[in-house]
Design a protein around this ligand. Structure first.
Ligand SMILES: Nc1ncnc2c1ncn2[C@@H]1O[C@H](COP(=O)(O)OP(=O)(O)OP(=O)(O)O)[C@@H](O)[C@H]1O
Ligand SMILES: [Mg+2]
Length: 352
C-alpha cells in the first residue's frame, strides 16, 4: 500500500478503554515518532459483544481525549463482531476488472444483503502460473460502522478510515519488525478484554485470520465468581496484587485455568491452519493487547505451539517522543498496538 499525506490520529475504542495514538512521520526516511498517547477507561457494559450500549460514555471519553487537540481526522477500529473476512480465489485480472467483479463475488461469499454492508478487498497474491489470484474480501455491516462514525462525529472527529484489529496489528508488525520472508510463518495474536484475533502471515501476506470471542474479561469474571468479590478487586488481583502485593493464593490457579482454555482455542486455530497449509511450520508468535501482560497466557501458548512466543512491542514502529510521559505509557505498550497501527494510516491512501 503506497500512501501519502499526513498521518491520521488512531482511535481504538475497545470494550474496556479508548486508546489514542498520534504519529508524526519525518520526510524522506527520517523515522516515525509517537507524539501522543491517550488512554481513557470506560465503565463496565459500555460496549457489549461489539455493540455500543452506552454511547454517552464513549463520546465523553473521546471529548476528553481530544480536548484542545487540533488534529481531528481519525482512523477508527471496527470490532470484529460486525465484520466478515473471506479469502477467495479468482481468475487473474486487472485492478479495474476486479473492481467491477468484486460485488458479484461478494454476493456469492457473504451471507448478508449486499445493500447492508460495505465491501472492501485486497489482492493477497497473484499466481501467474495458475492464472489465479487470492483476494481478501472484507464485508462490514453498514449500520454498525455508521454507529461508530456517528459517535466520533458527536465528539467532532472526522473518520477517514476504519480498520480491524488483525490488520492494524499486522501494519505495526510489518513496520516495526519488517515484512516476513516468503519462508517465514508469523502468528500475530491480539488478546483484548472480550475479543481475541489470530492473524497468520505466510508467504509474505495474510494467510489466515480468525476471531475468538474470548479474552481477559474471562479471567476477571472467573476470579470474581470463584472468590465472590467485585470487579475492581478481581482486576487488581489479576494485575498482580492490590498495590501491596497481596494476592489470595487461589488467584494464580484461577488465572491458569482460564488461560489454558484460551490457549486451547488459539491452538485449535493454529492446528486448523497447519492442517490446510501443506508442510508449513510456524516460525514465531507475537502477542499484543492488554491480556498479553498475562505471562501465564504466553507460557500456555508456547507450550502448545512449541515455537518462540513474545509480547509484540509496538514502539518498534514509532519511537516515543520526549513529550510523552513514560509513566503514562508504562505497562500499556501492548494495549496500544491497535491505536498505533491506526495512527500509521494516512489521510490519503491508495491501494495498489
Ligand atoms: N498488567 C496486566 N495484567 C493482566 N491483565 C491486564 C494487564 N493490563 C491489562 N490487562 C487486561 O487487558 C484487558 C484490556 O486490554 P485491551 O485494552 O487490549 O482491551 P480492549 O481493547 O478494551 O477490549 P476489546 O478489544 O477486547 O474490546 C483487560 O481484560 C485487562 O484486565
Ligand atoms: Mg481492543
Amino acid at each position: 500500500m503506497a500512501s501519502e499525506g499526513k498521518n491520521l490520529v488512531g482511535v481504538d475504542i475497545g470494550s474496556t478503554s479508548i486508546k489514542v495514538c498520534e504519529v508524526v512521520e519525518a520526510r524522506r526516511g527520517g523515522g516515525r515518532k509517537l507524539v501522543r498517547f491517550g488512554f481513557h477507561p470506560l465503565p463496565p457494559e459500555t460496549i457489549v459483544d461489539g455493540s455500543v450500549m452506552n454511547s454517552g460514555a464513549v463520546v465523553e471519553g473521546l471529548e476528553r481525549l481530544f480536548h484542545k487537540q487540533k488534529r481531528r481526522n481519525v482512523a477508527l477500529r471496527a470490532s470484529g463482531h460486525s465484520v466478515i473476512i473471506k479469502k477467495i480465489s479468482m481468475p487473474l485480472m486487472t485492478p479495474a476488472e476486479l473492481q467491477e467483479q468484486i460485488g458479484w463475488e461478494a454476493e456469492q461469499h457473504i451471507p448478508f444483503d449486499l445493500a447492508e454492508v460495505y465491501i472492501d478487498h485486497q489482492v493477497l497474491q497473484r499466481k501467474e502460473m495458475e492464472g489465479q489470484m487470492e483476494v481478501l474480501l472484507v464485508a462490514a455491516k453498514k449500520e454498525e460502522i455508521n454507529d461508530l462514525t456517528n459517535l466520533a462525529a458527536e465528539a467532532r472527529l472526522k473518520t477517514l478510515c476504519v480498520d480491524l484489529d488483525a490488520f492494524t496489528v499486522q501494519n505495526v508488525f510489518e513496520t516495526g519488525y519488517g515484512v516476513p520472508t516468503p519462508e517465514e510463518t508469523v502468528v500475530l495474536i491480539h488478546v483484548g478484554a472480550s475479543l481475541t484475533t489470530v492473524n497468520i502471515l505466510a508467504g509474505g501476506t495474510t494467510s489466515f485470520t480468525r476471531d475468538i470471542a474470548n479474552g481477559g474479561n474471562a479471567i476477571t469474571e472467573d476470579i470474581q465468581r470463584q472468590l465472590g468479590i467485585g470487579r475492581e478487586e478481581a482486576e487488581a488481583y489479576k494485575h498482580g496484587g492490590d498495590g501491596r502485593g497481596i494476592v489470595p493464593r487461589e488467584v494464580p490457579e484461577i488465572i491458569n485455568q482460564v488461560v489454558e482454555q484460551l490457549a486451547g482455542e488459539v491452538q485449535r486455530s493454529l492446528d486448523f491452519y497447519l492442517a490446510t497449509s501443506g508442510d508449513r511450520q510456524l516460525s514465531r508468535i507475537l502477542v499484543s493487547g492488554g491480556t498479553a501482560n498475562v505471562r501465564a497466557l504466553l507460557d500456555a501458548i508456547r507450550t502448545r505451539a512449541g515455537v518462540p512466543v513474545d509480547v509484540l512491542d509496538p514502539l518498534r514502529a514509532a519511537t516515543p517522543d520526549t513529550k510523552i510521559d513514560p509513566m503514562e505509557f508504562q505497562g500499556r505498550a501492548a494495549q496500544a498496538a491497535v491505536a498505533l497501527g491506526l495512527s500509521l494510516r494516512k489521510e490519503r491512501e491508495r491501494n495498489e
